[in-house]
Write a protein that binds this ligand. Structure first.
Ligand code: ZN
Ligand code: ZN
Length: 281
């Protein structure tokens, strides 16, 4: 079964100009069996005024795309929720009141620090900022687990770009070595994902911007499999149509070697497993 790209942006995200139909055409050209849009939902008070998320317009686009590309491939309506503990009641209410195929939970901030803004963490060393990032990811996964237990169902489906901090240490400090010394925290994050029924994403955007591996890379994926993880989600994080499904073929070929034998896909929040290559050995 061909993969689904479950992390794609269009002009319904503030930082993207792409026509949604162009993403669909590229998904078809890349041989994907589906594509899920995951538009930004950034509720930090500094970002919310410019976030531009408009559920009515977004839903109308999805309805139109499904009509135009009917039966060609699966088209999902998803959302990338930026983890903001202070705004969680608002976020949870919003998710409750709107329909999605898939909900992505992503860490871009810790308290008043945005990792994508160089001056927000200028005083921190790479190990310090990496630790802060992973601690926040752990906090986010614990929240997902506790909500799952309380509600008896998933509130979040996928953990976005588990080690995103390396995108910014690479950009601002010329190193992508963020895992070293953080192994225990990474183990806790992966274990909590399993408890939360939260599927880690493998985000391929770093492979297009000069880093040596996806987010997370093979070492973390292997560790996830060792801890009992069986399936991952694939996401290009495309902000331009040409990047939809980028580097998926190569990744799918290598995942069984790392112990991952299925891709996790979500449709109306229901999990479907797509087998990859050979059966488990
Ligand atoms: Zn993100
Ligand atoms: Zn994204």
């Amino acid at each position: 079964m061909d993969p689904v790209d479950q992390h794609v942006h269009s002009h319904h995200s503030f930082d993207c100009q792409t026509e949604p139909a162009d993403n669909i055409r590229q998904a078809i050209a890349a041989g994907l069996s589906g594509i899920s849009f995951t538009e930004h939902f950034d509720t930090h008070p500094e970002e919310w005024p410019t976030c531009r998320y408009d559920d009515r317009a977004y839903s109308a686009t999805i309805t139109d795309l499904r009509r135009r590309f009917a039966d060609t491939l699966f088209i999902g309506k998803g959302i990338e929720v930026c983890y903001q503990p202070e705004r969680m009641d608002f976020i949870l209410d919003f998710l409750e009141q709107h329909d999605f195929d898939v909900v992505l939970l992503s860490v871009h901030w810790a308290g008043d620090k945005a990792f994508h803004r160089r001056h927000h963490w200028a005083e921190l060393t790479v190990p310090q900022v990496s630790r802060l990032y992973f601690q926040t990811v752990l906090e986010a996964t614990r929240l997902a687990r506790d909500l799952h237990r309380r509600n008896g169902k998933r509130v979040f489906d996928i953990l976005g770009h588990l080690d995103l901090i390396k995108r910014y240490t690479h950009r601002f400090r010329e190193t992508e070595d963020v895992i070293n010394g953080q192994e225990e925290l990474i183990d806790q994050i992966l274990t909590t994902c399993l408890e939360a029924d939260l599927i880690p994403e493998i985000n391929t955007s770093t492979l297009r911007t000069g880093l040596s591996e996806s987010m997370p890379g093979p070492m973390v994926v292997r560790r996830y499999a060792e801890l009992g993880g069986r399936a991952v989600s694939l996401g290009s994080d495309a902000h331009s149509a040409a990047d939809v499904g980028a580097d998926f073929d190569c990744l799918c070929a290598h995942l069984p070697d790392l112990g991952v034998h299925s891709l996790a896909c979500f449709e109306q929040r229901r999990l479907r497993l797509l087998p990859l290559g050979d059966a488990p050995r």
